[in-house]
Design a protein around this ligand. Structure first.
Ligand code: NDP
Ligand code: MG
Length: 384
């Protein structure tokens, strides 16, 4: 039986992780459940999975949780809650956004297996995260595109001889066919209505702007040690091929399944083995079409911006990620419109000064500074 810490257990990734635990009784024991403020759902999960440790990062919510649990559960918050991941063998980081960085750091420092859905922590602190992996941690990508590449490489992050390029697929998001002049008018609801995946609000908005694809390009660069010229993006609206590896002899290996995050999460739990339950198996008796098209970089300029930040390296991806998180939050709070998400990120990037953070603390400080700049940009745009 493997012990499991599910960080962000009340979110889309966290709930699907617990679904897998439920489906394989006796395979996993839940050591830690953690979320931000959703005390009702966390409490229900505690009652079902009986973890020795549970916690919330929100101060009021954690007080409420303490009122509900009995003495068999330690209720933690803050750094103590992050540190509790070391009581598990496998950590699933399903925390939303940059806030997940300490979980990534702690799990890898302790040499644990980290199933990483929280791409933002790798993007913001890529080289530092890799140096922690080198100390003995085990990093398994959960993002579906990177899991596809991991699978195409034989459950490995090593590039084989004859490697030519990674091809990351994108559904194109809800606005793939929306003409440029109508993008001014899209609503929060429109942006959240992803055509093929059901996910949390932040990543859904990122998918609508294609910043998510940009973040995934940077994520692939760090995970697989691939240069930016060897990573391309292609729109594939059916979301059946989750990404591909192309070789110098012209061969391409792809991973296909229906859109279901439980498949990539299960790899993080079972690799090098596979789950005996199918998630996202394709019904091959049905006629299907696979289509591909190029990204319209004029309507979705965020992808290019991410390539630029990735190529700059150092603190640039951290700066861009922070700006994007602030911009998305402002959009979801109706402070700025959808096209202004890009404006906020681009104008925040104008203020980026080349630097290379040397520790996770320095990354956190850089993220803080970028958020201040991005919040100013939001203010300016909100007052127009
Ligand atoms: P959700 O918004 O559904 O869930 C986020 C989880 O993180 C919740 O448990 C939430 O707790 C918790 N959380 C939010 N803010 C904080 C914080 N400040 N500190 C600690 N915990 C916090 O997100 P998703 O599950 O969709 O995404 C999680 C991560 O996985 C993201 O990095 C995303 O990019 C990545 N990912 C998600 C995919 C998906 O299909 N959903 C696919 C690929 C990657 P509470 O509920 O209490 O607010
Ligand atoms: Mg993805």
């Amino acid at each position: 039986m493997k012990s499991l810490a599910v960080m962000g257990s009340t979110g889309s990734i966290g709930r699907q992780t617990l679904d897998l635990v439920r489906q394989d009784p006796g395979a996993f024991e839940v050591a830690v459940l953690a979320a931000h403020s959703n005390v009702d759902l966390l409490w229900a999960q505690v009652q079902e999975f009986h973890p020795p440790v549970a916690g919330l990062y929100d101060e009021d919510a954690v007080k409420e949780l303490r009122n509900r649990v009995d003495s068999t559960v330690s209720v933690l918050t803050g750094e103590e809650l992050v540190a509790a991941v070391t009581t598990a063998e496998i950590v699933i980081n399903g925390v939303m956004g940059f806030a997940g960085i300490r979980v990534t750091e702690r799990a890898l420092t302790a040499g644990l297996r980290l199933g990483l859905a929280n791409k933002e922590s790798l993007i913001a602190a890529g080289d530092l995260v890799l140096s922690l992996v080198a100390l003995g941690g085990d990093l398994i990508p959960v993002d579906s595109e990177h899991s596809a590449i991991f699978q195409a490489l034989g459950q490995s992050r090593e590039l084989p001889a004859g490697f030519a390029q990674l091809v990351i697929t994108a559904s194109g998001g809800p606005f793939r066919q929306v003409p440029a002049h109508l993008l001014e008018k899209v609503t929060i609801e429109d942006a959240l209505a992803h055509p093929t995946w059901s996910m949390g609000p932040k990543i859904s908005v990122d998918s609508s702007t294609l910043f998510n694809k940009g973040l995934e390009v940077i994520e692939a660069h760090y995970l697989f040690g691939v240069g930016y010229d060897e990573i391309s993006v292609v729109v594939h609206p059916e979301s059946l091929i989750h990404s591909m590896v192309e070789f110098t002899d012209g061969s391409t290996l792809a991973q296909l399944s229906m859109p279901d995050m439980r498949l990539p999460i299960s790899l993080a739990l079972y690799s090098p083995y596979r789950s005996s339950s199918a998630h996202g198996a394709i019904d091959w008796s049905q006629p299907r079409t696979l289509t591909f098209e190029q990204v319209d970089r004029r309507r979705f300029p965020g992808l290019e911006l991410a390539y630029e930040a990735g190529r700059l390296g150092g603190g640039a991806p951290c700066w861009m990620n922070a700006a994007n998180e602030v911009a998305v939050e402002a959009f979801l709070a109706s402070k700025v419109g959808w096209p202004q998400i890009y404006e906020v990120v681009a104008r925040t990037m104008d203020s980026y000064e080349m630097c290379t953070p040397m520790s996770i603390d320095e990354v956190i400080e850089l993220d803080r500074q970028a958020r201040v700049v991005a919040a100013e940009r939001v203010q300016v745009l909100a007052s127009v």
